[in-house]
Design a binder for this molecule. Structure first.
Ligand SMILES: Nc1ncnc2c1ncn2[C@@H]1O[C@H](COP(=O)(O)OP(=O)(O)O)[C@@H](O)[C@H]1O
Ligand SMILES: [Mg+2]
Length: 283
């Protein structure tokens, strides 16, 4: 498959000393054009470090990172690489710079020298894409956490990147804000063809993605469709991760001797499986 972001045998340490401990240890990961990837891993496993390799904030000590055909070590391509891969971080307050929503979304475009007429169009498109167009004249500090994060995402979308890498964008949000951001990301992926790599510690978010990778101690431990990864409940628990609640429920029912499916990751499937079970028991 065609990859748009590709890490090949990447090793990295924050310490310059040659034999210092590695934070990334031979990571190879190919993110395919148009996919929605989730990256899971316990705290300190190297997820943020890996994310920062995808837009050349960090460069590998060994190995190579390619972004849409460009080597991130090639300084001449730095601008193009950052145009191709936008980054969104945990705290929306640290990413919002202006006092009016639409000015915030326009900020980077102005710095890039985009002509004013194009800026207007791009800001409107970006705000519509994240469902925040009606709030364009509001002050960011009056918005909810989920709305602020959507404005931060609009600021990235306005640069028309092919990929967005998000590092725990919902960690500071309430359940409603989290759901808003996930809905927005799914729309950007599906309707605008933007490739998304989402670092999250929410298993229900990972369950909504096309593919899940698990990072542990700087290495890639698992890689597969959400159903395939989450059915390995014991292996995930061994590296300090949970599974979606519905998967956990099915796992416990199975351990109690009931013949339920082990690849349940959505509430809908869980309800259907429970209904099937109850019918089977003659109720
Ligand atoms: N700027 C830094 N300087 C030194 N060590 C760091 C820095 N950032 C992260 N680390 C270390 O690198 C390891 C991986 O961190 P990180 O990539 O942030 O993991 P995660 O995002 O999975 O929690 C951790 O041991 C962390 O302490
Ligand atoms: Mg992190």
């Amino acid at each position: 498959m065609d990859s748009i972001m590709e890490a090949t045998k990447v090793s990295f340490s924050y310490d310059e000393e040659p034999d210092s401990p590695l934070v990334l240890d031979g990571v190879s990961l190919s993110v395919h054009r148009g996919e929605f990837l989730a990256v899971l891993g316990h705290n300190g496993s190297g997820k943020s470090t890996l994310a920062k390799h995808f837009n050349a904030i960090l460069l590998p000590r060994e190995g190579r990172v390619m972004v849409d055909g460009m080597d991130t070590a090639d300084e001449d391509r730095l601008y193009d690489i950052r145009q191709t891969v936008g980054m969104v971080f945990q705290n929306p307050d640290n990413q919002i710079v202006a006092t009016i929503v639409e000015e915030d979304v326009a900020f980077a475009l102005e710095n890039m020298g985009v002509p004013p007429a194009d800026i207007r169009q791009r800001v409107d498109d970006a705000l519509k894409a994240v469902g925040m167009y009606d709030f364009r004249e509001h002050a960011p500090h009056q918005l909810s956490g989920g709305q602020k994060q959507r404005v931060a995402i609009a600021g990235i979308i306005a640069m028309r990147p092919k990929c967005i890498v998000l590092d725990e964008p919902t960690a500071m949000l309430d359940p409603r804000g989290r759901a808003e951001v996930m809905r927005t990301l799914r729309g950007l992926n599906r309707d605008h063809g933007i490739t998304i790599a989402l670092i999250t510690h929410y298993m229900d978010e990972a369950a909504q993605c096309d593919r899940v990778v698990v990072v542990d101690k700087g290495k890639l431990l698992m890689d597969g469709a959400p159903r395939e990864v989450f059915r390995q409940v014991d292996r995930l628990k061994a590296v300090g991760l949970d599974v979606p609640q519905v998967t956990e429920l099915m796992h416990e029912l199975r351990q109690a001797g009931l013949a339920v499916r082990e690849d349940i990751i959505t509430e809908e499937d869980c309800v259907a499986e429970l209904a099937r079970l109850l019918e089977g028991s003659g109720r």
